[in-house]
Design a protein around this ligand. Structure first.
Ligand code: GTP
Ligand code: MG
Length: 152
């Protein structure tokens, strides 16, 4: 019900949803990564193991598709399964980004997911939405659009 209380909850980022993806190099450490997500006060609402294809990667990485590193990023992301997740909790978008650490795993703190399990800028263990708007788009892309295709 969208009343004043609902608007307050939305503005305060309470019980927000975000999208995460454990990349091929993070899978072997997935249990430890999940523990870190729960220790940060977040929880997993949905998850799925899947193998992505070039088309969905082109959509997801549209903002870097013209960069010189894209072919390497694409082949890495196609190299194995990933786990897509919907994560919820207060301030989930920014909490997850903090927990992940910066894009370059070498610069990431040792208490972050990338600092512990990533290697460099390409092999950086996890993706997390960078804003509430991106989270909405990415949850739609990875969970709902697929659902629509299946049930059509
Ligand atoms: P994501 O959570 O995966 O979106 O990472 P991000 O938000 O920290 O980075 P960004 O969206 O700018 O880039 C998307 C992905 O492209 C990154 O996760 C990296 O895997 C890759 N990437 C970005 N910048 C570089 C770069 O300078 N070199 C290389 N090799 N890969 C990069
Ligand atoms: Mg990004």
């Amino acid at each position: 019900m969208r009343n004043e209380y609902y608007e307050f909850l939305v503005d305060a980022n309470l019980n927000e949803e975000t999208f995460a993806m454990i990349k091929p190099d993070g899978i072997e450490n997935i249990v430890k990564i999940i523990e870190m997500i729960y220790s940060a006060g977040l929880k997993i609402e949905k998850y799925e193991v899947r193998h992505l294809d070039k088309d969905i990667l082109k959509e997801h990485y549209a903002h870097v598709i013209d960069k010189p590193f894209y072919p390497e990023l694409e082949s890495f992301m196609l190299s194995d399964n990933v786990v897509t997740m919907i994560i919820s909790g207060d301030d989930a978008v920014s909490k997850l980004r903090q927990l992940m650490g910066p894009t370059d795993s070498k610069e990431a703190g040792k208490d972050t997911i990338r600092g512990k399990f990533g290697t460099d800028k390409t092999r950086n263990a996890i993706h997390g939405s960078d804003s509430r708007k991106s989270a909405e788009i990415e949850i739609e892309r990875f969970f709902k659009q697929k659902q629509k295709r299946i049930t059509r």
